[in-house]
Design a protein around this ligand. Structure first.
Ligand code: CMP
Length: 140
């Protein structure tokens, strides 16, 4: 997922170039503006964290671009490509990563990646119905 700062900073095409250049196929893509209820649901596992309210505010500040990426070892390869959560660390430890390119700090880190096959399945069904003929409400 490209987060609101990634889209508002006009990084979408650069991020997609990095995705395709790394050998992923983009098999689904949708721009969606989450409301507070949907953003809270997406990040429900972080509901007890001190940064949760701020995270929800950030994630509802503009549209996001959800994508389904396909490749062998997609989860670990994507997480490696985006770099560490804290974009400040990414700039030193993973200078070629996407978060180094467009992230700001540990919250505004411009992209998200599922951390397991289970969370990928949940997050894909959050944005995309199994039945493609009944797409969820998308901005584009
Ligand atoms: P993401 O990889 O999408 O998963 C959870 C998100 O919570 C994370 O990216 C950040 O946007 C945010 N986050 C994680 N840690 C912190 C933190 N310490 N302070 C603020 N936001 C955080």
């Amino acid at each position: 997922m490209i987060k609101p700062d990634g889209l508002s900073g006009n990084y979408k095409e650069k991020i997609k170039e990095a995705i395709l250049g790394s050998g992923f196929d983009i098999i689904e893509e949708a721009v969606v503006h989450l409301d507070a209820e949907r953003a809270s649901l997406f990040y429900a596992e972080h509901a007890d964290r001190s940064f949760f309210n701020s995270l929800v505010k950030y994630m509802t500040s503009g549209p996001v671009c959800a994508m389904v990426l396909e490749s062998p070892d997609a989860i670990s390869r994507w997480r490696n490509l985006i770099g560490p959560t804290d974009a400040r660390k990414a700039k030193t430890s993973h200078p070629d990563s996407i978060r180094a390119m467009c992230g700001l700090d540990s919250e505004k880190n411009c992209v998200h990646g599922s951390d397991s096959p289970q969370s990928a399945a949940r997050e894909i069904s959050f944005f995309f119905r199994d039945d493609k003929s009944e797409a969820l409400e998308h901005d584009e």
